[in-house]
Design a protein around this ligand. Sequence first.
Ligand code: CA
Length: 264
Amino acid sequence: MWRLSHRFSLRSSEPAGSVGLAVFTFASAGLDYGGGIPRGAAPKMRVLVVEDEEPIANAIERGLIKIGYAVDVAYDGAEALEKATVNNYDVVCLDLNLPRLDGIEVCRRLREDRFAGGIIMLTARSSIKERIEGLDKGADDYLVKPFAFSELAARIRAVTRREGGLREPVLNTRGLELDPNTNRAKRDGEDIHLTPKEFALVYYLARNEGRAVPQEELLEHIWDEHANPFTQTVKVHMNNLRRKLNEGFDDQLIETIRGKGYVL
Ligand code: CA
């Protein structure tokens, strides 16, 4: 509970009755729900806003929550790294001029720790050198202050498209056509209705065609970190997938190679 009062006391500098408190949410306070986002919430993109100027940080936070993101805020560089270690962010909006650890160093350490999400730097107009350095250290994009919120939102959409699966190619192999943008699968031109998990499985195997993919690798890429590696989950989905893909065909797709995994 200390975090809650900690955040409230931080915000008590805002004028009484300000909208900042009206839209205050537990998720934005960084409260831990044993995984971050409350259970039952729709899967969301999660953004970390790193900004020491509170009014700016709070305005960005409010704006992003309004358009559907889950948002955490860090007010200095060290706090940003701590939060990025504990939580999984899709995007970090990173002010460069920060106390305790500057933004360039945060960016460098994030990439060194294999942070795979997008990083958008928020920079002052005069700091061209910094921007170049930030891009060299692994930032994906930058915005010059002051910026319009709508532009930040557009850049977040752009970097998440780049990071995410939306631009994955349509794959054609062995009579299968797999379109990850629509999750549609066809075999010899006929639609096959797959669940999202089944689609993700066959798409992953198609991307790794000819290689036996171990069950652990499938768990890691297609399920989240909470999946239990000792359950039959992969096997059950794989059986359903095979049945749907192979019904009525002589050529049976997806072989099991003992001790190695599944291969398409
Ligand atoms: Ca700053």
